[in-house]
Design a protein around this ligand. Structure first.
Ligand SMILES: NC(=O)c1ccc[n+]([C@@H]2O[C@H](COP(=O)([O-])OP(=O)(O)OC[C@H]3O[C@@H](n4cnc5c(N)ncnc54)[C@H](OP(=O)(O)O)[C@@H]3O)[C@@H](O)[C@H]2O)c1
Length: 279
């Protein structure tokens, strides 16, 4: 039977789909725009329209599978996820990728979704990844490329980052081999850095000075709104970094190494591998 992947076109999902296809798994991609996903993976997967805002799309997708991976989209629809779980009672494996910063904070949507999953008694695995290394080539990378700066409301707090490929590998294992039900894993690399150190690593890799400019919350919101972000997204990001500054992302865990039986990918190697994307 196929594995249902929700969030296939996203950061984690793309790596996960590619890894599962390499392992010759049969996949059903539950996506808002099947044609968009079909353009990427063509006949290698099957596609079904799925939208957390359209509860009538849940049953047709879930009925075809016994295993499922999902993320909560950015508007984090706790109520829709509850209905989704009602249709998912027959699953043998549900893997949910939550978040390290808010997955553990009482009252935050990702934490509420985690609780609903455990209350559902569906055999499940919860992944709580730290901040993605790929943010530095993605949305944070825009400032690096344009201004040779990392601009964030992160003060001098430390973060243990994670490579998306390690998250996807853990998710793939939980879906293919089982043996991970009932567990919550905190997925991070084995080192933590502040953003001055990250800027220095990127500077060394590209041979040009990149500076870290820490901003206060209001200045950051103003800056990002000028760049076109909505106030909601800017405020949400500031809130996440407030938790980072309290140390929510600083500690190292050994979960990736224990599951993958190898060291997690490291930030320095990631930067070296992707240095052309900072230029
Ligand atoms: N960025 C970080 O450093 C970080 C760190 C830890 C945790 N997280 C968490 O990771 C999650 C995001 O994962 P990601 O970065 O892999 O995703 P992403 O790149 O933000 O992509 C979102 C995915 O969800 C799909 N989607 C959006 N709205 C949907 C809806 N209403 N119904 C069904 N699918 C929908 C999108 O599909 P289409 O647009 O193609 O339809 C897309 O595939 C969030 O919960 C975030 O809080 C992020």
């Amino acid at each position: 039977m196929a594995i249902l992947i929700i969030g296939a076109t996203g950061n984690i999902g793309r790596h996960l789909v590619n890894m599962l296809l390499e392992s010759r798994q049969q996949l059903l991609l539950g996506v808002r725009e099947p044609e968009k996903a079909r353009a990427i993976w063509k006949h290698r997967a099957s596609y079904i329209h799925f939208d957390f805002n359209e509860p009538e799309t849940f049953e047709p997708a879930l009925n075809q599978v016994e295993r499922c991976f999902f993320i909560a989209p950015h508007d984090e629809p706790v109520d829709s996820v509850e209905v989704f779980l009602q249709h998912a009672q027959h699953l043998q494996q549900l893997t949910f990728s939550s978040g390290r910063t808010t997955g553990s904070v009482e009252g935050k949507p990702l934490n509420t979704i985690e609780k609903r999953i455990w209350d559902s008694f569906i055999p499940a695995t919860v992944l709580r990844p730290g901040w993605f290394m790929q943010n530095f080539t993605g949305w944070i990378g825009e400032d690096i490329r344009a201004e040779r700066k990392i601009v964030l409301p992160a003060g001098d707090s430390k973060t243990a980052f994670i490579d998306l490929r390690d998250i996807a590998e853990v998710a793939a294992l939980s879906l293919i081999h089982g043996g991970h039900t009932g567990h919550t894993y905190e997925l991070v690399s084995d080192q933590a850095f502040d953003h001055y150190q990250v800027a220095e690593m990127i500077s060394q890799a590209i041979g040009q000075k990149v500076e870290y400019e820490p901003l206060g919350p209001l200045d950051y919101i103003k800056r990002m709104m000028k760049k076109g972000w909505t106030r909601d997204v800017a405020e949400h990001t500031v809130e996440l970094y407030r938790l980072v500054m309290e140390g929510a992302e600083a500690t190292i865990t050994t979960d990736v190494e224990a599951i993958l039986e190898r060291k997690p990918r490291r930030l320095k190697a990631f930067i070296e591998e992707h240095k052309n994307q900072f230029r």
